[in-house]
Write a protein that binds this ligand. Structure first.
Ligand code: AMP
Length: 216
């Protein structure tokens, strides 16, 4: 099965998808993470996209489509994917639909994390990612401890696009370009709403119940 985790930046998609990956043995596809890896590895693509990402602007659909086709055509992981932060606009959603059919796969559901703007801003401002294990923490709501994060503090990093100005740009882009995709998935009968303002484990419990009910 493939699942799309949908919601504004800072809604908790990364945190929840890590939990889903563990329980349902899925492979996570975060386009944001793949793009940041290009920047970290100082590739040609990385140097082209860094200014866009730092401003909170989208990377071109061509770049994203080719990253996604590489993954969907990989027989080892396909039909076992959770998409986090993708698709981001209606063209990407239509392209994904095309690729899903081309590689004879299915989308089980689109889980929409409903979260208000103020909560998002607080979550993004406290966000920290471990460069070693990839886990995401929040210095206010879910701080790393010896118990939940054995790597320690040395690998924790704040994202360069998690600053006041970029957060607002990313949220506005979400409202204008990304949120309208919900109508597309609603018409395909794939949309499921999740209350994303709850605590991490409460949100996950809602998600797990929805996936379990659709799997049978
Ligand atoms: P994220 O990690 O999902 O918050 O993404 C970080 C940044 O990467 C976004 O603000 C965009 O600049 C870029 N990005 C990630 N995914 C996409 C996508 N599917 N389409 C275009 N740009 C993207």
């Amino acid at each position: 099965m493939n699942i799309i985790l949908f919601g504004p930046p800072g809604a908790g998609k990364g945190t929840q998808s890590d939990k889903i990956v563990k329980d349902f043995k899925l492979y996570k596809v975060s386009t944001g993470h793949l793009l940041r890896e290009e920047i970290r590895n100082k590739t040609n693509l990385g140097s082209k996209i860094k200014p866009l990402i730092d401003k909170g602007l989208f990377v071109s659909d061509e770049v994203i489509d080719s990253l996604i086709e590489k993954i969907l055509s990989n027989k080892k992981i396909n039909n076992n994917l959770i998409f986090d932060g993708y698709p981001r606009n209606i063209n990407q959603a239509k392209k994904l639909d095309f690729l899903i059919n081309k590689y004879k796969q299915k989308i089980l559901c689109v889980l929409n994390l409903d979260v208000d703007k103020n909560t998002i801003i607080k979550r993004i401002k406290g966000r920290q990612t471990c460069l070693k294990c990839g886990l995401i923490f929040n210095e206010y709501f879910n701080p790393p401890t010896d118990k939940n994060h054995p790597c320690g503090v040395n690998f924790l990093e704040k994202r360069s696009d998690d600053n006041d100005k970029t957060i607002i740009n990313r949220y506005e882009t979400y409202l204008n370009e990304t949120k309208p995709i919900l109508k597309f998935y609603n018409e395909l009968n794939l949309l499921q709403h999740v209350n994303g303002t709850l605590k991490i484990n409460e949100i996950y419990s809602e998600i797990r119940d929805i996936i379990a009910s659709l799997e049978t």
